[in-house]
Design a protein around this ligand. Structure first.
Ligand code: COI
Length: 368
């Protein structure tokens, strides 16, 4: 069935799947969604080229995207993405969290990767359209921390092997019902210090959310897994001593004297929406938040001396994960057992996102 919607600022041509999934089929997936392996029934597509700009916004059945083998994205990785979630509240309504931040970061990433910027209103409308048509895929309220994970992305589609900015691009949004990011749920994660490789260097793409950054993290991630760790910690590219971030999450260190330290945004670190929200929430509870350079030795010594009482990582997908162990070539150290501040910040954030707590900052944005 093809219709055009005017419910948003952007007209979307909608082609609905002829045979919709049954309530039972959806319930089976939502019972144990995992992370990023199941997808809802539709996706948003929109084309861009230098002559026409953005055009042909559409919602179509979820499925493969035909691309020429010479499309630039396959060869030079001209690609950016975002990670967001749709949360169902107790009254059945569906909301997302600070999406204008994602829209802004998407455009910052686009500029860095020489891709076209997307008007934020189109970005927000696209999310709304997809979640509206696939709202049955947003898990019920009160089902732990399940949500519908949203993945907007943009790829260079021009058929050309010359290394230059693309003249054609495709914006896509897909949605994936999600449970806990880590298989162990809230079990403290273990981290491997990458000494061989760095994730990003000054002047590089570290602050952009582009596939290349994640591709560059995977050899270290494999090394970490070989050593029994869940994630990798990357250090700065110049002195190899400042903690930057994990493969896909920002880091926080809790001090017993009420301080919270997180690596500052130097241009090589991804400016996480969860990170900046936690900085605000912690300051509002009277904690002193220091955004500064933080060395791996300060981490190890702080744990040894007992000054650091908790360590956690955060991101949209995994929310907040306590860290239980830090390992490197030739050693390891267990993190303190306490997770009080970590868990209470986690609770406060989730309460806002799921509508159980007051949204004093106006961070929520209604989708359905
Ligand atoms: C997120 O937290 O949403 C991310 O994008 C991190 C990772 C899943 C790539």
């Amino acid at each position: 069935m093809s219709t055009t919607t005017t419910s948003s600022h952007t007209p979307f041509a909608i082609t609905e799947r002829t045979q919709r999934a049954s309530a039972d089929e959806i319930a089976t997936v939502l019972e144990n969604p995992g992370f990023g392996t199941n997808f809802s029934e539709h996706m948003v597509l929109m084309d861009w080229d230098r002559e026409q700009g953005w055009h042909d916004a559409r919602v179509v059945p979820y499925g493969p995207i035909p691309l020429d083998p010479s499309a630039a994205v396959f060869h030079y990785g001209q690609e950016i993405f975002e990670g967001m979630k749709a949360y169902r509240h107790e009254d059945g309504t569906v909301w997302t969290f600070r999406p204008e931040r994602n829209a802004e970061r998407f455009n910052n990433s686009a500029r860095r990767l020489a891709l076209p910027e997307l008007p934020p209103v189109i970005f927000l409308d696209a999310i709304k359209e997809l979640v509206t048509i696939d709202q049955a895929w947003v898990p019920e309220a009160g089902s732990g921390e399940t949500s519908l994970y949203l993945r907007p992305f943009m790829i260079a589609t021009e058929e050309a092997l010359g290394v230059r900015p693309t003249n054609r691009a495709l914006f896509v949004v897909i949605a994936s019902p999600a449970g806990a990011y880590f298989k162990g749920g809230l079990t403290p994660i273990s981290l491997w210090v990458s000494e061989l490789y760095v994730r990003a260097s000054p002047g590089g793409t570290g602050a952009a959310k582009c596939g290349g950054n994640y591709a560059a993290s995977l050899a270290s991630q494999a090394e970490g897994i070989e050593h029994g760790c869940d994630q990798v910690v990357f250090l700065d590219a110049i002195e190899h001593k400042f903690v930057e971030e994990l493969g896909g999450m920002n880091m926080f260190f809790v001090y017993g004297d009420g301080r919270l330290v997180t690596p500052e945004l130097t241009g090589t670190i991804l400016p996480g929406v969860t990170r900046s929200s936690l900085v605000e929430l912690a300051r509002e509870r009277g904690m002193i938040v220091e955004e500064r350079q933080f060395t791996i030795d300060e981490w190890r010594e702080g744990v040894a001396s007992g000054l650091i009482t908790e360590v956690f990582a955060c991101g949209t997908a995994a929310v907040i994960s306590p860290v239980g162990r830090l390992a490197w070539n030739g050693g390891e150290v267990a993190m303190p057992d306490s997770h009080e501040v970590t868990m209470s910040l986690r609770e406060e954030l989730l309460d806002i996102q799921y509508g159980r707590g007051e949204d004093a900052h106006g961070w929520l944005y209604q989708l359905v």
